[in-house]
Design a binder for this molecule. Structure first.
Ligand code: AMP
Length: 283
């Protein structure tokens, strides 16, 4: 497994890759866990070369967010990648991707206005800009994303489609802890008492999904089902709980053909997001 830390090294590596080899890219911010590993393994099944990018992208953090304290543990991450059959770690410096002269951004407009985009208004601009750069640098045939960040996945699909990028965007299932909490690099911020209630979001979304499978079609009623469960937990504050169209992410009044249930909560200083896809129509 190789580790490349700068653009020049990556360009040299990319030029030497035979055009018939399928390159798979997994963009991450590091502090790798089993959720990330599931993406590496999925890429490994069909890609001749698996590239993992580890980059804490400053552009997708607002000044008030956790860029400074985001966990950085490249040595541990390196071991995880080695054990997962990764061929190359690309871990550039921020100054390499964003020199002082940098002045371009890539925006996906409609899909980024709601949910995560509303709570974190500059977030997706940072995500879509860095992904465009990574796609241009690595030239992957396939790129792997977790359903954990469902809106990010839908936005990335739109980005690739709108800009005719020659990359297939692959969605991979959410990997969870035993109590249902979606794995996340940020879970390590949770205090012990908060960790005990952190799976409440998943239980709320699951109750919503069960109600839909049981025949409930009203978006409002499903939202109430989810909200009631979160209300039982005083240390948890809800940012949004939504019943949405799986492709447009618009809120659904009536569920005819499946939905995605999206949620974001805060517990103490930690922000958690999660989602459940219910039935047909998922992209
Ligand atoms: P991050 O390092 O948090 O930016 O995540 C990198 C990629 O891993 C994103 O596509 C995430 O959606 C995905 N990911 C993060 N957590 C999980 C999880 N629990 N299950 C599956 N994929 C995940």
């Amino acid at each position: 497994m190789r580790v490349i830390r700068n653009l020049r090294g990556l360009r040299v590596w990319r030029r030497a890759v035979c055009s018939s080899r399928v390159v798979g890219l997994v963009p991450t911010m590091g502090a790798l866990h089993d959720g990330h590993v599931s993406l590496f393994r999925r890429a490994r099944t069909v890609c001749g070369l698996v590239v993992v990018c580890i980059f804490v992208n400053p552009l997708q953090f607002a000044p008030t967010e956790d860029l400074g304290r985001y966990p950085r543990m490249l040595q541990d991450d390196r071991r995880v990648c080695l054990a997962s059959g990764v061929d190359l770690i690309f871990c550039p410096q921020a100054a390499d991707l964003y020199p002082d002269s940098f002045q371009t951004s890539v925006a996906v407009n409609g899909l980024t206005q709601r949910w995560e985009g509303k709570v974190r208004p500059t977030h997706f601009l940072g995500v879509t800009t860095v992904l465009t750069k990574l796609f241009n640098l690595v030239c992957p045939r396939r790129a792997y994303f977790g359903q954990k960040d469902y809106q990010q996945y839908v936005v990335t699909k739109q980005l690739a489609e709108d800009l005719n990028l020659p990359v297939s965007i692959v969605r991979c299932p959410i990997i969870r802890e035993a109590d249902g909490l979606a794995m996340s690099s940020r879970n390590r911020y949770l205090e012990a008492t908060d960790r005990e209630v952190a799976s409440t979001l998943y239980h709320a979304l699951s109750a919503g999904a069960r109600a839909i499978k049981g025949g409930e079609q009203s978006g409002k009623k499903i939202q109430h089902v989810m909200a009631r469960i979160c209300q039982q937990c005083p240390s948890l504050s809800v940012e949004y709980l939504a019943v949405c169209h799986p492709q447009t992410l618009e809120p659904l009044q009536r569920i005819d053909q499946g939905a995605v249930l999206l949620g974001a909560v805060r517990i103490g200083s930690v922000r958690l997001i999660d989602n459940i896809l219910v039935a047909a129509g998922a992209p």
